[in-house]
Design a protein around this ligand. Structure first.
Ligand SMILES: Cc1cc2nc3c(=O)[nH]c(=O)nc-3n(C[C@H](O)[C@H](O)[C@H](O)COP(=O)(O)OP(=O)(O)OC[C@H]3O[C@@H](n4cnc5c(N)ncnc54)[C@H](O)[C@@H]3O)c2cc1C
Length: 222
């Protein structure tokens, strides 16, 4: 089992409850965009509390980035992570994860479930390969949308934001359900990438299958 103690070099507020963390990159540390690692905080009592987080940086960057939503309702790891400052240390473990780009299609994300797609979409943008991809990104309110401007600048009108608890101009309102997919997906033979809360993933996967998507073209974290 790999483990690396690394320093946080910078922290930025992304939304009201999401921060990005720039981290030193261990020599030779590599991942496929979409993959994750387990992270622990290098402070007494927290070293063995590991939680999975996805790299939102690209392999060619000299440092790593995580984009992390805080659950403030209890004193878990994300609550502690949000109290760290540059210079504090975290512990990284092995790289793993099943989400990987396999070809053009539809990215369907809920909340912090966007993180694997951030890495994939940033890499595709860098490689000038974004054509043919669409993002449906569901959040409770507009204030919850992570990297909204960047996603819009990369994908243009192919970045579609859906709000479940707010009506606002420029955003769609409702849930990504059967009616939504039927009216917004033009080609069920393309790839589908699904990431979000467990129930969202299982509901959307079942709906996609019903609407004719091929199960082997649906990519999600099992
Ligand atoms: C492969 C993978 C990649 C991921 N990548 C990212 C990422 O890049 N960014 C990101 O933000 N998240 C990511 N996540 C989710 C992230 O791992 C969790 O948000 C994190 O583990 C939560 O840790 P925690 O200790 O703060 O909360 P935990 O204690 O693990 O609790 C998680 C959930 O249970 C609830 N809960 C648990 N105990 C209590 C309690 N006592 N009182 C009230 N509520 C409670 C919390 O509200 C929360 O919803 C990823 C998950 C997976 C599986």
């Amino acid at each position: 089992m790999e483990s690396h103690i690394v320093k946080i070099t910078a922290i930025h507020q992304v939304t009201h409850d999401v921060k990005s963390f720039r981290i030193e990159k261990p020599a030779g540390y590599k991942f496929v965009p979409g993959q994750a690692t387990e992270v622990a905080i290098n402070k007494p009592g927290w070293e063995n509390e590991r939680r999975p987080f996805t790299f939102t940086s690209l392999n060619n960057e000299p440092s790593l980035e995580f984009t992390i939503k805080r659950y403030a309702d209890h004193n878990g790891v994300t609550n502690q992570l949000h109290q760290l400052v540059p210079g504090d240390e975290i512990i990284l473990h092995d790289v793993w994860g099943a989400i990987e780009y396999k070809g053009p299609g539809y990215f369907i994300a809920g909340g912090a479930g966007i993180t694997p797609f951030i890495a994939i979409l940033r890499q595709l943008h860098r490689d000038n390969q974004l054509a043919g991809n669409t993002l449906f990104f569901s959040n409770k309110t507009a204030a919850d949308v992570i990297y909204e401007e960047e996603l819009k600048s990369m994908l243009g009108t192919n970045a579609v934001y859906i709000l479940s608890r707010e009506q606002k101009e420029g955003y769609e309102n409702g849930m990504i359900d059967e009616d939504y997919l039927r009216s917004h997906v033009t080609d069920f033979n393309k790839h589908f990438y699904v990431c979000g809360p467990d129930k969202m993933i299982s509901d959307i996967n079942a709906t996609l299958e019903k609407l004719g998507a091929k199960p082997d073209l649906v990519v999600f974290e099992k």
